[in-house]
Design a protein around this ligand. Sequence first.
Ligand code: PBG
Length: 341
Amino acid sequence: MSFPYLRPRRLRKNKYLRDLVAETRISPRDFIYPIFVKEGISEPEEIDAMPGQYRWPLEKVHEIVGKALDVGVHNILIFGIPSEKDELGSSAYSSDGIVQKAVRKIRKEFGNEVVIHTDVCLCHYTSHGHCGLLTKKCRDGFCEHVVDNDPTLELLAKVAVSHAEAGADVVAPSSMMDGMVRAIREALDRAGFTDVAIMSYAAKYASAFYGPFRAAADNAPAHGDRRTYQMDPRNGEEALKEVNLDIEEGADILMVKPALSYLDVIKRVKDTFPYYPLAAYNVSGEYSMVKFAARNGLVDEKKIILEILHSIRRAGADIVITYHAIEASEWLKEGLDIDLF
Ligand code: PBG
């Protein structure tokens, strides 16, 4: 009779031995918590499509930021939901826009205890819901509306500078326009914000996993979809091209989005560019699927969330942008971890 000579089970027999050899750890320091701030409301509104997440009024946004800080989450990402939209998305770059006001208020309240990241895009602010300007282009009698790349860059740069003026630490361009990182870097530098960093949504896919977010933030395109600018889910190598361009244009932090169906992309990007911090966005659809499955008793909510967060880090993400940030940090603080149930 022959016995196994190599026995991986030896290192699995005790929790503390498993902890000792665990390759991946998560901590509140790895998380960025997304926050929706909505103009024109006075009480937080729970988002039906995202149980446990809220749209916050400006007057109360400090409550949720305070909650994040209490559990050790010091990085937040602000999304604005304006009450006025127009063709040019002008409320996105007005100095008293909802994001600009929220940034000022949060900074005033918490100083440098919080790192404020802001989403830089037009889709929440344009009447047509696209991430760039729409232009009617005609050629030989055939006309179509296209999302016009180059004129959009100027507006994105204005949005980023207005966020920096309000006090943002990191601007996060998410529109997937070509050249957006360079346009924003140049504008920030020209305006004197050489120390404001750029976290670029470098490999952002045209994904059905954004469904609940669009319900939450009212940014769905009125016509068409985002496939002329966001990436095709069939492509993996192309992510390296997108990431490489953003590095050349001056990105400080890179991002892959969504996370769970794109763990291979996270891994490839980290292996290819190990010296750049990499964020992964655990998006709304990923969050809501877990919440609704747990509500129906199909999965153990805490276990599955901790498994997901570890998986994203194991794939190679240094940073996880996640709606689970606060609850997961609470569990970690209570001493609960993936190996303790
Ligand atoms: C667009 C933007 C989107 C998300 C963040 N910023 C998606 C989109 O509508 O293309 C999605 C985030 C999520 O689903 O959690 N600027």
